[in-house]
Design a protein around this ligand. Structure first.
Ligand code: NAG
Ligand code: NAG
Ligand code: NAG
Ligand code: NAG
Length: 768
């Protein structure tokens, strides 16, 4: 290098004069090096500590085309920070701590095509934040903390193709939230908290072909919910759908793929609307293959629609692929098989005939005065009532009969007597957080037959009577975190056949007894959160559940992996054991769940030793493994884990000597980034395993007896040559932060649409 060139490269950076790239990665820089050469095209500043990006931060480098600011601890982007960067096409701001996008945050980026803002803390998008980004194709806002999208939030994005809003906490979208996005064809809204399909908002998106709505807690899709003229693919999987109108997709004539997998559908009618449907995915539902399914089957056959999934019953058809069942085998023996909702519906009709609902003269409206208890607010149109933090000591009575969301949080009830909520049969969501409740009488929620979400978090409950939840058969999400429960309330849960997600974090449970969870009492339970209790023992049988897929046991006092207790949890996908004191992990610790387990977290458990067979059985299905912050000097063979997307070995005092060679080889082979540092011998402490040279002197095949390690027969390769500095060592991949607790936001931000009661149609009746 000429001295001239050397001078121009800031000392913390490495520069490539031919490609015009400058990389200053991992340097804890607190400001952008001022001496970066003006003609630089690509600037990589990953893993620094910039905190605030001031106005005009990049005036010295006006020719930049690529700017990477991932993991720079950025809290604030001042208005005009990028003002001079009219040539940048790709800007990466992922994994920072930005919470607000200001009106002029991105001014000047007039050529930008890709903007990555994922994994920040964005709660607010100010109007006009994106108005200058007329060439942007892709905007990634996943993994933030958005609750609400206001009208016109994305105004100005005239060339956007793909908008990613996954993994936020969205529960409401304004009707014009996506106004002006005339070129958008792909929209990701999965992993949010939408309880209703945002029909009005979506209908504005005329060009969208792919819509991902999966992992939102919707119960029902009513008539014409989806009205999107160009939509071809819709993902409605992993929601909580219990029913779907046959007209739900009638406004989406071009749909070819509909994914309804992993819902709670018992049957489905032929879908009107889509003319070219090729695939309807019903995997993971509880489809009951009797005569009610016959019309769907005949329709699918006639239209060439592939039905994916299997029958859940009756016994002689169970597990039979839907595609293989013959229409004539779909039979009903007697009227008793008719769905029981029909009776319930008749009752509701009677209730509705009360005098207040009788048609009155349209002009005079004397009776229109809103009925609402003192010190509460009732919004008839939105069907919400709130008495939050109004000093109530008894549950108020007399809410409008159609109330669906009742928010009573932050009052002082202390005690809830039986039948505390008369006339609340339409309530779907009940908030009782922070109400100092010590005791709940049996039958307190009696009559709440539509209750779906119940929030009892942050109260003073020490005990739950077995019949506390009597009369709430639909309850699906139950929040009991932040109480003082000392026992797992197994018998109380047995009245909740629909329970899907149970939050029990921050209680005082020390033991899980053999009959804690049983497939027979909670046949649908998927997610169980027991973090931050004082659990020391989990009895065999305590976790027997055919459906359980997520189990959080972190921050407890376990001293070993509860292998035995997992023996009847065949669907477990995610297990968090971090922050326990599991010193040793013995052989085959995860054998019982080896077929299902996808994510295993064991950080900060003081682990000193993992048997070489600790992970035996786990293979390509495992996607994430973390053992950060332990005392491990060695690791078992990781090479069978060919499906990993995430591995975190940081902060372990690995012994960098020949026994670690298989790990080193493995690290070189995989395309994942693996960060591991040596702890011993002392002269290597702190160095990255990939950087030390001790391994070159190791004998060729060096593996402890009895351990099978796939060792490359070829001589150890030197590090792969890297195409350019910019593609070196991508940032450590982090797992998604867990969505915040599912506490609904104040009533005004709740969805405004009403879930329509499922309608039974004539053709079913004629069949029976
Ligand atoms: C990074 O810099 C900040 C202050 O400039 C300092 O407090 C911190 O310890 C540094 N971190 C590392 C890893 O050097
Ligand atoms: C159907 O859904 C299941 C479960 O979500 C999924 O694994 C499978 O790939 C889907 N099949 C198709 C063809 O989309
Ligand atoms: C557990 O408790 C600690 C201390 O109170 C808290 O910082 C942490 O967030 C809690 N974790 C969970 C998962 O609730
Ligand atoms: C696992 O538990 C630890 C400790 O409570 C927590 O910090 C971490 O976020 C959890 N991981 C996941 C993926 O839930």
């Amino acid at each position: 290098l000429s001295t001239l060139e050397a001078k121009k490269c800031p000392k913390e950076c490495s520069c490539d004069g031919t490609q015009l790239t400058v990389a200053c990665v991992d340097k804890n820089l607190t400001e952008i090096p001022p001496s970066v050469d003006e003609i630089t095209l690509k600037l990589d500043l990953r893993n620094n500590n910039l905190q605030v990006l001031p106005r005009g931060a990049f005036t010295h480098t006006p020719y930049l085309t690529h700017l990477n600011l991932q993991r720079c601890n950025i809290i604030k982007v001042k208005e005009g920070a990028f003002r001079t960067l009219g040539r940048v096409v790709s800007l990466n701001l992922a994994h920072n701590k930005i919470d607000i996008l200001y009106q002029e945050s991105f001014d000047g980026l007039s050529s930008l095509k890709e903007l990555h803002l994922d994994h920040n803390r964005i709660e607010e998008i100010q109007p006009g934040a994106f108005t200058q980004l007329g060439f942007l194709n892709m905007l990634t806002l996943s993994h933030n903390q958005l609750v609400y999208i206001p009208n016109m939030a994305f105004q100005g994005l005239h060339n956007i193709n793909w908008l990613r809003l996954s993994h936020n906490s969205l529960n409401n979208l304004a009707p014009e939230a996506f106004a002006g996005l005339f070129t958008l064809n792909r929209l990701s809204l999965d992993h949010n908290e939408l309880q209703f399909f945002p029909t009005q908002t979506m209908t504005r998106l005329r060009e969208v072909t792919h819509l991902d709505m999966s992992h939102n807690p919707m119960i029902y899709l009513g008539e014409e919910s989806v009205s999107m003229a160009k939509l071809t693919h819709i993902y409605l999987n992993h929601m909580s759908l219990q029913d779907l109108s046959d007209q739900a997709l009638s406004g989406a004539p071009l749909l070819s793929h509909v994914d309804l997998s992993h819902n709670q559908l018992r049957y489905l009618e032929p879908l009107s609307g889509p003319k070219d449907l090729t695939s309807l995915n019903l995997t993971g539902n509880q489809i009951y293959c009797n005569c009610y399914m016959r019309p769907l089957k005949e329709w699918a056959r006639a239209g060439g629609v592939e039905l994916l999934g299997a029958c859940a019953g009756p016994p002689h058809l169970s597990d039979e692929p839907l595609q293989a069942v013959a229409p004539l085998d779909l039979r009903c023996r007697n009227r008793a098989e008719a769905p029981k909702e029909e009776e319930e519906e008749k009752e509701e009709e009677k209730e509705d005939e009360s005098p207040t609902n009788a048609p009155s003269k349209p002009t005079a409206k004397p009776k229109q005065k809103v009925k609402c208890p003192v010190n509460c607010e009732c919004n008839i149109e939105a069907q919400h009532a709130t008495c939050e933090d109004r000093g109530h000591t008894k549950v108020p009575r007399g809410f409008p009969a159609k109330t669906e969301l009742l928010d009573l949080r932050s009052n002082h009830f202390h005690h809830l007597p039986a039948s505390s909520f008369p006339g609340s049969s339409q309530v779907v969501s009940l908030h009782l957080e922070f109400c100092k409740i010590r005791e709940i009488e049996n039958g307190a929620f009696q009559g709440m037959k539509n209750l779906f979400y119940l929030y009892l978090s942050d109260n003073d409950l020490t005990f739950l009577d077995p019949r506390v939840f009597a009369g709430t058969p639909q309850l699906t999400y139950l929040h009991l975190e932040g109480n003082r429960l000392v026992q797992f309330p197994g018998s109380a849960l047995s009245l909740l056949p629909s329970l899907f997600v149970l939050h029990m974090e921050r209680n005082a449970i020390s033991k899980l007894e053999p009959t804690g969870l049983l497939s027979s009492t909670t046949p649908r339970l998927r997610e169980l959160y027991l973090s931050n209790n004082t659990i020391t023992v989990i009895a065999k049988g305590a976790l027997d559940s055919a459906t359980l897929s997520t189990l959080h046991l972190d921050s407890n006092q376990l001293t070993e992996v509860p292998t035995q207790a997992l023996s009847e949890a065949p669907s477990l996908e995610e297990l968090n054991l971090s922050q326990n004191s599991v010193r040793r992990v013995g052989p085959k610790a995860f054998q019982p769940v080896h077929q299902s387990l996808k994510r295993l977290y064991m950080d900060h458990t003081g682990m000193e030793k993992m048997s070489s067979d600790a992970l035996l059985g786990l293979g390509s299905g495992l996607r994430a493994l973390t053992v950060r912050g332990n005392q491990l000097e060695e690791l078992p063979d990781l090479s069978p884990l060919t499906g990993l997307d995430l591995i975190d070995l940081r902060d372990n005092p690995l012994l960098c000597d020949c026994p670690l060679l298989p790990l080193r080889r493995w690290m070189e082979k995989v395309s994942l980034e693996v960060i591991a540092t040596c702890g011993r011998p002392p002269e290597l402490r702190g160095q990255k395993v990939t950087d030390v040279h001790v391994f070159t002197s190791c004998p060729e095949i060096m593996s402890p007896p009895g351990e099978k390690v796939a060792v490359d027969p070829k001589p150890p390769k030197t590090k792969k040559s890297k195409p350019s500095k910019l593609s070196n060592s991508p940032g450590v991949k982090a797992w998604p932060e867990r969505a915040k607790a599912k506490v609904a936001k104040p009533a005004k931000k709740q969805p405004q649409r009403k879930p329509v009661t499922p309608k039974k149609t004539k053709n079913k009746k004629t069949l029976s």
